[in-house]
Design a binder for this molecule. Structure first.
Ligand code: ATP
Ligand code: MG
Length: 379
């Protein structure tokens, strides 16, 4: 699939932008701070229905140089629109995310509205319509960061393919939060211990579903990551393994055995919300034993594997969004990545350094120059 149009209004440093896009490899070139990452973030927003780098959605709303949001004169609101048209194999999708800051006496309220082909939808309803894979410099956290970053990686990947998974995951997270709340009430003698059983039935049901899917997907993803990695650097051995916090077969037993400790801690200590993805390099844990460059290459391999997995398992190719992927790679790896990018129906590659694409072994379809929230197209 590919973006054929992107329209931004009052989004970060873009006040008004309308871009007509073509399929193929597209370079986004511009100096630091001009809006390249913002553009990829906007496209990814349409895939996962939230910003990958900000929990505070109000940050997406364009700010005027004085630091206050641009407020429309007719309404007492500031509205941000991210609007994209995506050509898929059999149809075309128009996805719109609108974020509105409504001024209230005591502050302002963030309201989000989502439309798919004109019809109102929800944030989780949007996931899966536009499939995209984003690589950014922060992805080094997939190797050096906490387990939660790796869980997020796996969860976004599966959710783009499997709506039931996203549903089970959301239910599971709700159960954990309710159960934790109850554990603390019991500790404070405001509830009885027997009440925990009610949550445990649901916790086991949704939890098992989540673990099953993770096991299945990670075992398919691992060989793809290893292959991508060996193409980037031969001689180094990558390994990827699902590392569940508890064995699925003994989940029920472990949960009841752990109840006393859960009560003491006031939180649920085992279950898929504590899972991890084990990443090894040359037989050692990559989280502890990998250099920055090695970790970056592993993270990139995981993203390329994610893309390959989506390509294999859905009827449509995902859109590749590669942010600043070229700057820390040697020439061989740089050329390899550009080759892979060009093999997708549409791939965006950003760089602040034109020299890094000058010797590209593959020709880009278009080159966009990003300057201070404006985009010029060179065809
Ligand atoms: P680099 O090459 O350094 O990665 P970039 O082109 O990727 O740069 P972006 O991160 O896309 O740059 O854009 C950063 C710019 O966007 C900064 O100047 C920042 O002030 C601006 N910006 C971010 N959020 C907002 C906002 N809500 N309103 C206005 N400007 C914003
Ligand atoms: Mg950037």
């Amino acid at each position: 699939m590919y973006f054929s149009k992107l329209r931004l209004i009052n989004y970060r440093n873009f006040s008004h932008l309308t871009l007509d896009l073509r399929s193929g490899l597209i370079f986004l070139v511009g100096a630091n701070g001009q809006g390249k990452t913002n553009l990829l973030e906007a496209m990814y927003l349409l895939a996962i229905s939230k910003s990958y780098r900000s929990n505070a959605e109000r940050e997406l709303v364009a700010r005027s140089p004085l630091g206050s949001e641009r407020i429309s004169e007719t309404f007492n609101v500031a509205e941000t629109i991210v609007d994209g048209e995506i050509e898929r194999r059999d149809d075309r999708v128009r996805a719109i995310v609108g974020i509105r800051l409504e001024q209230r006496d005591g502050g302002d309220l963030v309201r989000k509205q989502i439309r798919i082909n004109g019809a109102r939808s929800t944030a989780s309803g949007l996931v899966g319509w536009v499939k995209a894979v984003l690589f950014t410099a922060d992805d080094i956290g997939l190797v050096h960061g906490s387990p939660s970053e790796r869980r997020r990686f796996i969860d976004i990947l599966i959710s783009q393919l499997d709506r039931d998974y996203l549903g089970a995951l959301q239910k599971y997270q709700k159960v954990i939060s309710n159960r934790n709340h109850l554990l603390r009430s019991i500790r404070d003698r405001n509830a009885s211990e027997a009440e925990v059983d009610f949550w445990d039935t649901q916790l086991l049901k949704e939890g098992r579903l989540v673990m099953e899917r993770r096991l299945d997907v990670i075992s398919q993803l691992a060989p793809l990551a290893i292959e991508a990695h060996s193409e980037l650097c031969d001689g180094e051995a990558l390994s990827i393994k699902y590392s569940p916090s508890v064995n699925k077969g003994s989940f029920e037993e472990a949960l009841s055995q752990n109840k006393k400790e859960d009560l003491r801690a006031g939180v649920t200590l085992i279950g898929p919300h504590r899972d991890d993805l084990e990443v090894g390099l040359n037989g050692m844990p990559a989280s502890q034993f990998s250099s920055r460059g090695q970790a970056r290459t592993i993270a990139l391999s995981l993203r390329l594997a994610e893309a390959a997995f989506l390509k294999q398992n859905s009827g449509d190719e995902p859109i590749l969004l590669l942010d600043d992927v070229l700057s820390e790679l040697d020439t061989r790896r740089r050329h390899q990545v550009l080759g892979v990018a060009a093999s997708y129906q549409q791939a965006f590659v950003t760089t602040a350094e034109p020299a890094l694409i000058m010797d590209s072994p593959v020709r880009a379809k278009d080159q966009l120059s990003v300057i201070d929230g404006n985009v010029g197209i060179y065809r």
